[in-house]
Ligand binder design. Structure first.
Ligand SMILES: C[S@@+](CC[C@H](N)C(=O)[O-])C[C@H]1O[C@@H](n2cnc3c(N)ncnc32)[C@H](O)[C@@H]1O
Length: 231
């Protein structure tokens, strides 16, 4: 038995994934339609999204207050397994949303014997919902969700970090990584979900920066990058 498959956690996750599917259907269809209408490929759309985000990610994510934009169940299970594999004790998450990914990570911490997840969420209503979801699953004691811009809230993470999940504004992966970098343990895992920004990918794929990195074959097309801190 493990915490992820206990009735309480599994029921909370199943209900949230179902709710997310409905809440995000229109958003995903809209994105696909936008690409088709513009006659763009996905690769051509990415630089445009990054430019739009850089001009005002706060406003863009305010507009997604009702969206989950969550990891898939397959990626969530991977999060649980990788946190178990590396015996993570301290985890930082950029982009908590309603707490789906956080639930998978918190279940792993429980089975690792305890620890702390420092989450970050810019949208107050989402941070409140994430806290309630973690409470419902009995995992709230493992999580500190910091409300506000991660560029401020993740400035001081208060100790070593074994696992970093980057799943917030696409254009901020490199600045958030650089902020947390001094706290990463040797061998720490950094997971980029929707890691599309070439400045981020160039950085973590250059061994001179103290990382080894490659794309991860889960949820093809979602830009999943798997990185290990080697230095
Ligand atoms: C893709 S969703 C995260 C999904 C979540 N990890 C999950 O799987 O359930 C991205 C989230 O990052 C948040 N976000 C975007 N920019 C942020 C920032 N600068 N600081 C903190 N949160 C941010 C958004 O409000 C949004 O809820």
């Amino acid at each position: 038995m493990n915490t992820l498959t206990t009735r309480c956690v599994a029921q909370t996750l199943n209900a949230l994934h179902a709710e997310a599917e409905i809440a995000d259907r229109e958003h995903i269809a809209g994105r696909i339609a936008q690409i088709e209408t513009a006659g763009e490929t996905f690769a051509q759309a990415v630089p445009r999204w990054l430019t739009e985000e850089r001009a005002g990610y706060q406003q863009i994510y305010r507009g997604y207050a009702g969206n989950f934009l969550a990891v898939s169940p397959a990626y969530g299970r991977f999060l649980y397994m990788i946190a178990r594999t590396c015996w993570a004790k301290r985890i930082v998450e950029f982009g908590t949303s309603m707490g789906i990914s956080t639930l998978y990570l918190a279940a792993a911490l429980r089975d690792n014997g305890g620890g702390r997840i420092i989450g970050s969420e810019i949208e107050p209503s989402k941070a409140a919902r994430a806290r309630a979801n973690l409470e419902e699953a009995g995992l709230a004691d493992l999580v500190d969700i910091r409300e506000g811009d991660a560029l401020d809230t993740l400035r001081a993470v208060g100790g070593e970090v074994d696992l970093l999940l980057l799943d917030g504004a696409f254009s901020l992966y490199l600045p958030v990584l650089r902020q947390v970098e001094p706290f990463l343990t040797r061998g720490a895992v950094i997971l980029g979900e929707n890691a599309f920004d070439p400045t981020y990918l160039d950085y973590v794929r250059n061994p001179e920066n103290g990382y080894l990195s490659q794309s991860l074959a889960i949820d093809d097309g979602r830009g999943n990058e798997f990185t290990v801190r080697t230095a």
